[in-house]
Write a protein that binds this ligand. Structure first.
Ligand code: SF4
Ligand code: SF4
Length: 295
């Protein structure tokens, strides 16, 4: 089963949930692959104890950047006018200079250039790393280049690699730590998934994000559960989160200092403090999943 753990906004604890879910499934004797699709800030492998052995690393080159041939350039400035990303400025001599970190590779400048002085060159989008974590899990991580574009495509590549590894291992479950929000990387994370767990905090911002994420998930027809994290922190919102979202809340995890300690020690909470209140709430969620989904 492919389970995606996502949240409508960052910082709600989806990596915490994804890492513990993968660890829990593996501790029940199942073959599991964990995929980090939060390619702009990947930290799933850290939450699973860190990387003990890198099996391989692949560079993915899908992005493009504009490049100017000054010998052909007639300094007309047309490229500056058409660039919607403000990625070109003229130097003191009137030649265009491309700011790589802003260039989207859209090609508008190359099309507009009367002297055919601009070409698009391929640059790395990021890399995919397969490693074994310190707690023995196979982890596939996507790592976007700084200033890199096309993160949705990189997520697609990470998931394809994770599915390939799962087949190779004759494994049972793929746990995906999605990017936050509702953008292109999240859509790639959800594509083809069997189940979605939305991690939500009891705050209006988080609930708003979760509702938007649910709208995206409804297009994919993914069966969805909610998991409330940091329950009780800041008081009650006075709303029934399950009713508001229209999905089953499988557990509410209280704020627990053991979660912070486990995070600092880069260890899944279930391995670090299995008797803590937060760990018990996590186990309640996973037991409920096992009951409903027959895991
Ligand atoms: S490729 Fe697009 S984003 Fe990049 S410099 Fe040209 S017009 Fe701007
Ligand atoms: S459009 Fe072409 S010729 Fe004109 S400034 Fe840009 S690169 Fe030079």
């Amino acid at each position: 089963m492919e389970v995606v753990v996502a949240s409508g906004k960052g910082g709600t604890g989806k990596t915490f949930v994804a890492s513990n879910l993968a660890y829990w499934l593996a501790s029940r004797g199942m073959k599991v692959v964990a995929a980090d699709c939060d390619v702009e800030a990947p930290d799933l492998v850290l939450a699973l104890g860190g990387c003990s052995k890198v099996l391989y690393s692949k560079e993915i080159t899908e992005s493009k950047k504009a490049e100017v041939n000054r010998e052909l350039c007639v300094r007309c400035g047309r490229c500056v006018e058409v660039c919607s990303f403000y990625a070109i400025e003229l130097d003191d001599e009137g030649y265009p200079v491309i700011k790589d970190f802003l260039c989207d590779g859209c090609g508008a400048c190359a099309l507009a250039c009367p002297a055919r002085a601009i070409v698009l060159r391929e640059v790395p989008t990021g890399k995919i790393v397969r490693c074994v974590s310190s707690v023995g899990l196979q982890v596939i991580t996507g790592d976007l280049e700084v200033g890199g574009r096309n993160s949705g495509h990189l997520v697609y590549e990470v998931k394809e690699e994770a599915r390939r590894v799962l087949r190779e291992m004759e494994g049972e479950h793929l746990v995906v730590d999605s990017a936050p929000g509702i953008g292109c990387p999240v859509i790639s994370s959800l594509s083809g998934a069997d189940r979605l767990i939305i991690v939500v905090e009891p705050t209006r911002q988080s609930l708003q994000g979760a509702k938007r994420l649910l709208e995206v998930a409804s297009h994919f027809g993914v069966k969805t559960y909610a998991l409330v994290n940091k329950a009780g922190l800041g008081g009650s919102l006075g709303v029934d989160i399950g009713k508001m979202l229209g999905v089953e809340v499988i557990s509410s995890i209280p704020y627990d200092i053991k979660v912070v300690e486990a995070y600092a020690k880069t260890t899944p909470l279930l391995a670090y403090a299995s008797e803590s209140p937060a760990a018990k709430a996590l186990l309640k969620a996973f037991d409920r999943l096992a009951e409903v989904e027959g895991l």
